[in-house]
Write a protein that binds this ligand. Structure first.
Ligand code: 5RP
Length: 292
């Protein structure tokens, strides 16, 4: 077995050589089966290769989140400008009309709320049959790499979801959560994203970091970037632009869209970066033109 210590430091990421997407347009998925490719094609544009996921699964952890107090009102206002609903089954079934023909990234892990201090205890809560009933294009599992006592459980959840998903050609979105004891640095995200991909995740969600191009280069499946806590709109657009420029295949943004001064305008502006090669500056000008 490989030793955990004393190994040479990885350093050759071939940053000038993008991963070959021979055939299928989603990174690392050329050998996937038809059903998996169909579901991934609903997530990732064949034209840009990217995706704009609207994350509104916060309620599973945070309850009524600012900007999501009324999902039944907020989501229809944003639906036309995003590609994927990242949501819980409860939110979808109660608040989201099923006729948008949008991909669904279904949150299937749960187990902690902000009522406790440590939100790193999750289990696989959604049965694969319910994911099929909701026509999920992927199933999302939270992982806690580096968190003592939770790392193994969360990676077991991920592996269980990959095993369940494989039976029905449903891709798994592995979510890199950052435990309180972890540093949001390149070393951590290089480790966590690669581990999730090696364990079978077809898409990995993580946060932007320094040397992010190494993280995307070393991850053999597409990475989407979470927006994180609310930033000023121009800074959020810079985050999206840098992520896409450095190899992410999309963003899975929540608070920086639904807590924006004008959420619909923000979704449109982020979309320009994700799918139309806008820079952060041009996307921000676009945003300001809409809201003036
Ligand atoms: C909330 C989540 C969200 O899916 C993820 O954090 C993306 O949302 P945001 O852009 O608001 O961070 O896992 O628990």
């Amino acid at each position: 077995m490989a030793d955990a210590t004393g190994n040479k430091i990885a350093k050759n990421y071939y940053l000038d050589t993008p991963a070959q997407k021979t055939g299928f347009h989603v990174k690392g998925m050329n050998h996937a089966d038809w059903g998996m490719k169909d579901r991934l094609s609903r997530i990732f544009s064949k034209t840009s290769g990217n995706t704009l996921m609207l994350a509104f699964d916060h309620g599973y952890l945070m309850g009524s989140t600012a900007g999501l107090e009324r999902l039944d009102i907020v989501i229809p206002q944003l639906a036309n400008d995003i590609d994927v609903f990242m949501a819980t089954r409860g939110a979808l079934r109660t608040c989201v009309p099923p006729d948008y023909n949008k991909a669904v990234a279904l949150r299937v892990s749960a187990g902690s709320t902000v009522a406790v201090d440590d939100v790193t205890h999750e289990f696989l809560g959604v049965d694969i049959n319910d994911a099929l009933r909701l026509n999920a294009s992927c199933i999302a599992v939270q992982t806690f790499v580096g968190v003592q006592g939770e790392e193994k459980k969360s990676l077991k959840n991920l592996s269980g979801a990959v095993n369940m998903g494989s039976k029905y050609s449903i891709p798994v979105l592995g979510v890199v959560a950052v435990g309180k004891s972890m540093q949001r640095d390149t070393k951590f995200f290089l480790l966590a994203t690669r581990v999730l991909a090696e364990l079978g995740a077809s898409v990995v969600k993580t946060y932007y970091c320094e040397d992010f191009e190494k993280v995307t280069a070393a991850c053999p499946v597409p990475i989407v970037v979470a927006g994180g806590k609310k930033l000023p709109e121009n800074e959020a657009l810079t985050l999206a632009y840098k992520a896409i420029s450095e190899g992410a295949n999309g963003v899975d943004m929540g608070r920086n869209i639904f807590q924006a001064e004008n959420p619909a305008a923000m979704a449109k502006a982020v979309r320009k970066i994700v799918h139309e090669n806008y820079t952060d500056a041009t996307a921000y000008e676009f945003y300001k033109d809409i809201i003036k």
